[in-house]
Design a protein around this ligand. Sequence first.
Ligand code: ADP
Ligand code: MG
Length: 348
Amino acid sequence: MSEIALGILGGGQLGSMLSIAAKKLDIKTIIYSDDRDAPAQNFCDEFIFGEYFNKNQIYDFVKKVSLITYEFENIPFETLNEINKLKTVSPKPSINRLIQHRLAEKDFVNKLNIRTTRYVSVEKRSDLDSLDDFLPGILKTTTMGYDGKGQYPIKNLEEIDNLNIDFSKEYILEKLVKLKKEISVIITRFGNNKYEIYEPIQNTHENQILRKSKIPADIDNVLIEQSKEWSIQISEELKYIGTLCVEFFIDRNDNLYVNEIAPRVHNSGHLTINAYNVSQFENHVRAVCSLDRITLKKLHDAEMINLIGEQIKTYRDNLNLKENEFFFDYQKKEIKDNRKMGHITILK
Ligand code: ADP
Ligand code: MG
């Protein structure tokens, strides 16, 4: 085993897949999560359960590791920042703070002259009265949202009061884009102008949750180049180290918009495990641990299907895979509606 012990904050499926990739590189993983049942404990070398604000426990964790990364973005900034004073945290805590906040994130992207949806900050209920212009739209909490949580599609002002929205929170109202397609670009940055980038992935969402991802995306070269160029620009501007994902919308006139940035490995990149010589997870571990960069090579076209809630059952009960199919069970303790339980990747 190498001397490196990689600390990972967060214990979901992304933590599991990072642990598997690290093991392949002979790197030990220690996961810290505030979920006693975190599924990644089945895949890492050591697991610590504790709250993200528990200073003593976080300190014990930090003592055990060489460096630290995270697998979900809603880790408190204060925690990341304190840890970063003792051991390197990659990507940098300031990046996480920026991207955690939907308004700051969109302001940052626009400053780079990159298109986003139209948006406006909403701090109280009455702000909405003058925002007809942004309807139909989606009201989103500025922080802590994922998989469509904390989001309210709004067609007209009349319906808002029936939605029981908690206006003690801060929101962003985004104009609805008439979507033709959604794509994502995953990039791993190792240092100044040193990166590996995957081809754009086409994504299908159901109820604001990712259902399917595939490569190649059915888009023309202009969109392929534009989405990659913007992703490179964003990761260079952030001086990012590790794997980052940029989610894009494409409207009916083939206009490209950045939807959001994920400062971590991403669900749409699960297919990179089987479709590329180096997966997004291995690349993340390589970048944050300062290992060699290997030129990316696509081995297959592929499709990935998320198994949500009860959909996992058919596969658990009767696993009948063809040679080109790969099944991953996240081993979550409980099956819940709208919860990602596993995925299957089909190579073409
Ligand atoms: P999350 O953080 O939950 O992933 P997103 O902002 O990416 O939140 O929204 C989830 C999905 O909801 C998007 O992938 C898209 O399908 C849909 N959606 C969100 N915002 C818009 C919008 N402004 N216009 C059209 N569709 C949207
Ligand atoms: Mg999203």
